[in-house]
Write a protein that binds this ligand. Sequence first.
Ligand SMILES: C[S@@+](CC[C@H](N)C(=O)[O-])C[C@H]1O[C@@H](n2cnc3c(N)ncnc32)[C@H](O)[C@@H]1O
Length: 253
Amino acid sequence: MSMEILSLLVGAGALLALVYVIRSLRALHQKVGRQTEKLSNGIQKINELTRNSSIQDYRQLEAYVQLHSLIKFSAPLPATRGWVGSPDLLLTLAQIVKTHKPKLTVELGSGVSTVVMAKAGARKIISFDGSSEFAEITRNLLKDHGARGVEVRFSKLSPYKKSSGWYDPNSFKDIKGIDLLVIDGPQGGDDPEARYPALEVLAGKLSSKSIIVLDDVKRAGERKLAEDFLKALPKHRLEILDHEKGTAVIRPK
Ligand SMILES: C[S@@+](CC[C@H](N)C(=O)[O-])C[C@H]1O[C@@H](n2cnc3c(N)ncnc32)[C@H](O)[C@@H]1O
């Protein structure tokens, strides 16, 4: 092979190698670009979540401070996170009790909310709980706070209509003229229909000036229940409060 052909082949080989290196670098550059974009989207999402969560925490703290300036508690309150009503809901309940002065309050799902309403001045509260253990915890909490006029009624949960577990409807037989109905039980969560029987069992037991408060209306099932309550009460209006878990307040127009 002549020298010219050999150097031509070497040159062509070098050129091919160069093209290969350039293409590989370009592919690597594109890959790094995609990963960087993914990373920066992730960082943006985390920033958004952190910002929203600190706004939410601050709001709850504001509500908690206001709750303690509205009501003088004589014992500590359990932490208002998780299953317990959030401070924004508790503050709304305190304000409704103070301004509306309900003669009879019925609550589904007892706990800190029961103490708050009793200490805000609710005259008579019947609070239903599907757990005898949590009913007893609420009774003890009420005792610690020296709260009077409250009956915590244990009512066993069983499948009822489309709900996987609701209170025994017979345990509401003696109830009529509800001025304030608070729906924060049974637990719900996994079952969007869990709290739905409240409409059928309790709508006919409300006084004409009743107020209905529903917690957790950020969940579709609870939101539907609020809207269906409104349909059953054409002289009422519905307000959705942008609370941590979403609160619906249905009151006379
Ligand atoms: C949403 S909670 C009611 C909270 C109540 N309104 C309050 O403000 O504290 C509904 C039901 O969950 C049950 N419950 C309360 N705390 C619980 C816990 N830590 N684990 C499991 N169930 C709980 C009780 O039976 C209660 O009636």
